[in-house]
Structures are given as structure tokens and as C-alpha cells.
Write a protein that binds this ligand. Structure first.
Ligand code: FAD
Length: 597
């Protein structure tokens, strides 16, 4: 073959090859933007309104796991959450959230089906614009991100313990990254309704309540059936007043006092007017973290705690929704990932009899921190000590507060009959309900009791409450024998009048059940709190199986065991998260910044 034609053929082949490469690349590009503009997604809906990629994304299409950059444009065009919440929807308003200030992208997604985050806990019907895509979701892409981030302290879990630890470590001079696997921060902490126990506080003094660390210690040990770790309980009690001062110093309102079961005096601190404690604290903590520019990453699931050959903790491996899997190098790691009440398999493995029970917990309470710790040799204790709450609205995850019974409601079974002293301990009330037909009971109350408690309006709003103008109507609404219910209420009202509940020995009957309308809420026991977890010492260092602290590893909050023993008292858990969160933050920062240069 002549040399020129050889060159010509090579040239033609090279041309065909190049053209193919370009064509494939172009096809991929179209496919990619078709995928990005899937019908029914917000990106496509906005494109139809001639809104460009740039208007939502700015100059870069990269999205960080804090999702701050993609949220700002939503707010710029549509207004803040508070502003969009002003529009009346004529039904439950997803923008009027008891979760506080949360990002638009908690629910609204750009390119995949939007999902109403509320429905992870609630069962109400709710359509969200942009959810109209095919059901098959794009598989979360796991990119191996070789770049490593570096910091002094990593905190796993953004509940009260995690936020407190992060803020304290930051204020002690450490660089901190706080990781949360859910799309929102707050954990179970934002659901806490009752209050925070503390002894010998200025607020108690102002109200003339005489209390002492010793009394709180004794109450806590007694509540925990004396199986608590006394060293930790001592810290909980002695440093509780200081924790209240700290919260006030960062902007919290802890001015109201209440008394919860098992406490000898009024020591449950909460915002003015008795407002729920958890949502308030989480809002204050979020603001403090943000004011300090602490790096808070949501959608960031910690997969592993990393160690060097000497066994010292060196960081974590994380999976971010956008970044994929990557490593954060850190000198110290604080585990604050909460309990495992929402992990049915784990609960069942320790307590087979609790199989199939619902829970009051948020969906991220899956015990990850316990597993992360165990994998690197941490000791776990008290794992079988799991607290059941007797009154979760049946078929839901909504905890019906004890105050409904406290204010006068009674419990009846499906036959319309009482079966227990309604004010007995959580475990006894739960056990009694589990013995009834279908393991269900009904809280029964009247108009006066409804008016005495604001939270009941919320349950009505959520359509958890059945009602009747008469007891007969109520009985037929819930499907129980009317004669029985009438007889039960008559007997109870008589007990109220004579101040003597002969049959069940209920100690306190604040109101009779006489004034129409009459109401019922179906309830079932559910998993509420896990007392066990990582073993720690007084400095919140995690203890290994050899009995020595694992270097660089700290833990605080519900993920740890020992503070509550066999049974936790109401109000002690939030108290634990703040006090031990502060200790963990201080010690981790000291370890990372000073001791570990
Ligand atoms: C409905 C309800 C009411 C309550 N009322 C009270 C009360 O009135 N008073 C009281 O003292 N206690 C109360 N409690 C208990 C108390 O709220 C919790 O025990 C406490 O808030 C736990 O705080 P925490 O910071 O340890 O964990 P959480 O607040 O649960 O935070 C842990 C966080 O870690 C995240 N996480 C888990 N795994 C990972 C991972 N692998 N990577 C990244 N993040 C992860 C979770 O998603 C979660 O956000 C109540 C609990 C519930 C459920």
C-alpha cells in the first residue's frame, strides 16, 4: 500500500474514533441533564418558570452536605420558613414546624422526589410539590472522595449532648466538626417535653424550693434501683445547677419549675409558661453553633471510627449525601449519637418480649454509636435496661404526655373497664396495658380536662382523638360496650367524690369526668428510652474491654450507660446531655489541643 493512502486511512480511522468519543460524550451530557430535569421535580418545575440552574446554584453546581448554599436562593425568592408559613393551607401546615428553623431542603429536593420529613413520625396525609416523579429513586451515589478534612474534634450526632459538646469544645479553643445523619439537627432532644432536672439552682431559690445535690443523687439512685454508677450520678447532681447557669448564659429560658415522677421536690426546669423544653433548647443550641461558625453537617452518617496502630482514635469515616464517603482526620472524637429505641432489631435482641412495639423516638435513634464503639473495643453496659412508655397513640409514634393522666384522664380497656392505677410507674402501667385485649387501652377524659392541658389541642389537631356528646356516643365512636363505659365512669366519679379509689388505689384524682364532650385516645406502650450504652468514666472517656480508656474517644448523652441504672427518671436525661456534653467538650478539646500536640 502506498505510504500516502496508509496515512489517509490512519487519518480517517482517527477521525471516526474522535467523532465517536465526542458523540458519546454529548449523548451522556443530554442524558445527564435529562436526569437532572426529571419530570415533576422542583428543578423541572422551576425551569418551566424560566428559572435557570444558576439561580438556584450560583456559580458552582457542587452541593455541600450542610446544604446552606442551595437554601439561600429558595429563601431569597420565596421568603423564610416563618414567612412561607403565614400562608394558610386549610390543613396541617408543614411550614409551621415544631422542629424550629429548618432548611427548605429537609423536605423539598431539587432533582429527586421531594418528601415531607414530618411523615417519618406522623401519619397525616400530605402532598408536596415536586414529589410527582416515578417511585424509583436514584441510588445514592457513593463517591470515593480521596480528599480528607482535618479538625481537632469531631462530634457524632447533633442532639443536645452533641451540640453542647461541640460548643464547649469550640469555646475551649478547638476546631470542631459536628456530624448529623438526619436532614435536620435536634435528635430526640428536640422532642423532650417535660423539663430538665437540676438541684440547688438560682431559679429554685427564687421560688423558695429547698433542694440539694444530695437529694437529687438519692432520688436518681432510688429511681435506677441502685444499679446506677454512683460516680456518674454524683456528677449529674452536683453539676446540674452549673449546667442551668450555662444554658441561661447562652440564651436559654429555664425560668419555670415543675415536678416530675420520682423527684422529691420541684426541680424540673423549663421555659416560662411551662413550654416544652427540648424544642427551645435545640433552637438556642443551633443558634449558638451558628453564631460561632461551627461546621455543622447534616445528611452525614458516620460509618466508622478510625484508629492508629497504637489504638488511638484518629478520626471518622463519613457518608455525606452529596460528598459521598470520605474521611475526617481528628485528634478526638465525641460520640453523642443517642439511644437505640428506634432500632427494632437491636431492641428485640436484648428484650425479645418487646418485639413489634412502636416507639416514641425519632427515626435516627438507631444505636449507631454503640456499634461504632463496640467495633473498636468499647465496653457496653446495662443493655437490657430499656424503658417503655405506656401511652404512645396507637398506630403512631406520638407520645401522649403523662400530664393527660395527671390532669384527670383514666385508662380503660376495649371492654370499657378500668384495669390499673393510672398514676403508677411507667413499667407497671405498660405491663398492665399489654395484658389487655389487643394490647390496647383508651385514655378517657372530658371537656374540663381538655381545657386544662394545651397539648391536647395538638392531639386533636393530629386527629388522634375520638369524641362524643355523650358517653354512649363516645363508646360507639371507639367501638366499646356503652353500658360498661357508663358504669366505669360512674364508679370513677363516685371515687372522686369520696376521694377514695377503692378498686385501683389511684392516689390523685384532680377532676371528675362529667362535662361533655367526652374524649378518647387509643394508646399502646412503646419503646421510649435506652438506659444502657457505652461505658464512660467521670471525664466521659470511653472505657475499653481491657478496662482502660480508649485514647481520644469520648461519649455523652443517651449513647452512654451508667447514669440512670435500671430506670431513668423523667427530666434526668436532658440534664445528663448538658452536664456530660460540657464535660466531654472540655476534655476532648484539652486532649486534642493541649495534650496531643
Ligand atoms: C418524645 C420524647 C420526650 C422526652 N421527654 C424528655 C423530658 O421531658 N426530659 C428529659 O430529660 N428527657 C426526655 N426525653 C429523653 C431525651 O429527650 C433524650 O434521651 C435525650 O434528648 C438524648 O439526647 P442525646 O443528645 O444523647 O441524643 P439525641 O438528641 O437523640 O441526638 C443524637 C443524634 O445523633 C444522630 N446520629 C445517630 N447515629 C448517627 C451517625 N451514625 N452519624 C451521625 N449522626 C448520628 C441522631 O440522628 C440524633 O440526631 C424524651 C424523649 C422522647 C423521645
Amino acid at each position: 500500500m502506498p505510504k500516502t493512502s496508509k496515512i489517509l486511512i490512519t487519518f480517517i480511522l482517527a477521525f471516526i474514533f474522535m467523532a465517536t468519543v465526542v458523540w458519546i460524550a454529548m449523548a451522556q451530557q443530554t442524558q445527564k441533564s435529562a436526569a437532572i430535569l426529571k419530570p415533576g421535580t422542583l428543578a423541572e418545575i422551576h425551569k418551566a418558570k424560566e428559572i435557570t440552574c444558576k439561580q438556584c446554584h450560583g456559580d458552582s453546581l457542587k452541593v455541600d452536605d450542610n446544604e446552606k448554599v442551595v437554601n439561600q436562593p429558595c429563601i431569597k425568592c420565596h421568603g423564610t420558613l416563618e414567612e412561607v408559613a403565614k400562608k394558610d393551607k386549610g390543613h396541617i401546615n408543614a411550614h409551621k414546624s415544631h422542629l424550629g428553623e429548618i432548611s427548605c431542603t429537609v423536605c423539598h429536593y431539587g432533582h429527586t422526589a421531594s418528601k415531607v420529613y414530618c411523615l417519618k413520625c406522623h401519619g397525616f396525609d400530605m402532598q408536596i410539590p415536586g414529589s410527582n416523579t416515578d417511585k424509583k429513586e436514584r441510588q445514592a451515589k457513593i463517591k470515593k472522595d480521596e480528599a480528607k478534612d482535618k479538625t481537632d474534634v469531631v462530634v457524632i450526632g447533633a442532639g443536645a449532648a452533641g451540640f453542647t459538646a461541640a460548643i464547649t469544645a469550640h469555646d475551649a479553643g478547638a476546631k470542631v466538626i459536628l456530624l448529623e445523619k438526619q436532614p435536620i439537627t435536634g435528635g430526640n432532644s428536640m422532642l423532650a417535653a417535660g423539663g430538665m432536672n437540676a438541684a440547688n439552682t438560682k431559679i429554685q431559690a427564687k421560688k423558695g424550693v429547698k433542694d440539694s445535690a444530695e437529694l437529687m443523687f438519692n432520688d436518681t439512685m432510688k429511681g435506677g434501683k441502685n444499679t446506677n454508677n454512683p460516680e456518674l450520678v454524683k456528677i449529674l447532681a452536683e453539676r446540674s445547677a452549673e449546667s442551668i447557669d450555662w444554658l441561661i448564659s447562652i440564651g436559654a429560658d429555664m425560668n419555670d419549675l415543675g415536678r416530675l415522677a420520682g423527684a422529691s421536690v420541684e426541680r424540673s426546669h423549663r421555659p416560662t409558661g411551662g413550654a416544652v423544653v427540648g424544642a427551645h433548647l435545640i433552637n438556642v443550641l443551633r443558634k449558638n453553633a451558628s453564631d460561632r461558625n461551627i461546621d455543622v453537617r447534616v445528611n452525614s452518617n458516620v460509618l466508622q471510627i478510625l484508629r492508629d496502630q497504637k489504638g488511638r482514635v484518629t478520626g471518622v469515616q463519613v457518608e455525606g449525601k452529596h460528598r459521598g464517603i470520605y474521611i475526617i482526620e481528628a485528634k478526638a472524637v465525641i460520640v453523642a449519637s443517642g439511644g437505640f429505641s428506634a432500632n427494632a432489631t437491636m431492641v428485640e435482641s436484648y428484650r425479645p418480649e418487646f418485639k413489634g412495639m412502636t416507639t416514641s423516638n425519632q427515626p435516627g435513634a438507631t444505636g449507631d454509636g454503640i456499634k461504632l464503639g463496640e467495633t473498636i473495643g468499647a465496653q457496653v453496659i446495662d443493655m437490657k435496661d430499656i424503658q417503655i412508655h405506656p401511652t404512645i397513640a396507637a398506630g403512631s409514634k406520638i407520645l401522649i404526655t403523662e400530664a393527660v393522666r395527671g390532669n384527670g384522664a383514666i385508662l380503660v380497656n376495649k371492654d370499657g373497664k378500668r384495669f390499673v392505677n393510672e398514676l403508677t410507674t411507667r413499667d407497671a402501667a405498660s405491663a398492665a396495658i399489654l395484658k389487655q385485649r389487643d394490647k390496647v387501652a383508651y385514655l378517657i377524659f372530658d371537656e374540663n380536662i381538655r381545657k386544662s392541658l394545651k397539648q391536647i389541642e395538638g392531639y386533636i389537631h393530629l386527629e388522634l382523638v375520638k369524641e362524643g356528646q355523650t358517653l354512649k356516643e363516645l363508646a360507639s365512636a371507639v367501638g366499646m360496650p356503652a353500658d360498661n363505659l357508663e358504669a366505669t365512669i360512674e364508679a370513677y366519679n363516685k371515687a372522686f367524690d369520696t376521694k377514695n379509689d377503692e378498686e385501683f388505689k389511684r392516689p390523685n384524682m384532680p377532676r371528675p369526668i362529667r362535662t361533655p364532650k367526652f374524649y378518647a385516645i387509643a394508646v399502646q406502650p412503646g419503646i421510649h428510652y435506652t438506659m444502657g450504652g457505652l461505658k464512660i468514666d467521670g471525664l466521659t472517656r470511653v472505657i475499653g474491654k481491657d478496662g482502660k480508656p480508649i485514647e481520644g474517644l469520648f461519649a455523652a448523652g443517651e449513647v452512654t450507660g451508667g447514669v440512670h441504672g435500671a430506670n431513668r427518671l423523667g427530666g434526668n436525661s436532658i440534664s445528663e446531655t448538658i452536664t456530660f456534653g460540657r464535660i466531654a467538650g472540655t476534655n476532648a478539646a484539652r486532649y486534642a489541643v493541649k495534650d496531643n500536640k
